[in-house]
Design a protein around this ligand. Structure first.
Ligand code: THU
Length: 136
């Protein structure tokens, strides 16, 4: 199977575990490490709201905490529970976390709205003029 299609399928698998009782918006991702592993993630909400975590950061933090710091691509899917999905672009905070660990020229962000319909972007096009370590 094409790797982008495989990642979108894995993102839908991860979406099943979304814990989103407050927004009802369920997000799932599949993050491909350069080690060949796929790290799945979902959004995890909290009654106090601000401790909530996006699906993308769940996957990045899982991967980094297991020793993986280099990545090829991430697939993202999201929709209101029970509704047909539209493309779900990552929030600005998650784009910044991607920029910490990914090469903006080659890291691909794949947005899916079904297992058949997805588009791929380079991180550099989603986070132009980002803040990075070179500035410190
Ligand atoms: N959400 C994500 O998981 N990823 C994003 O990039 C955007 C938003 C989650 C956060 C919250 O649980 C719900 O979607 C509605 O904002």
């Amino acid at each position: 199977m094409d790797i982008e299609k495989e990642l979108v399928k894995a993102a839908y698998e991860a979406q099943q575990y979304s814990y989103s009782p407050y927004s009802g918006f369920e997000v799932g991702v599949a993050l491909l490490g350069k080690n060949g592993k796929i790290y799945r993630g979902c959004n995890i909400e909290n009654a106090a709201y601000s401790p909530s975590n996006c699906a993308e950061r769940t996957a990045f933090f899982k991967a980094v905490s297991e020793g993986c710091r280099e990545f090829e691509a991430i697939a993202i899917v999201g929709n209101k529970k029970g509704e047909r999905g539209d493309f779900c672009p990552p929030c600005g905070v998650c784009r910044q976390v991607m920029a910490e660990f990914c090469d903006p020229e080659s890291f691909r962000v794949i947005l899916g709205r079904s297992e058949e319909e997805y588009h791929s972007y380079f991180l550099k096009d989603l986070l132009p003029l980002g803040f990075g370590r070179a500035l410190l």
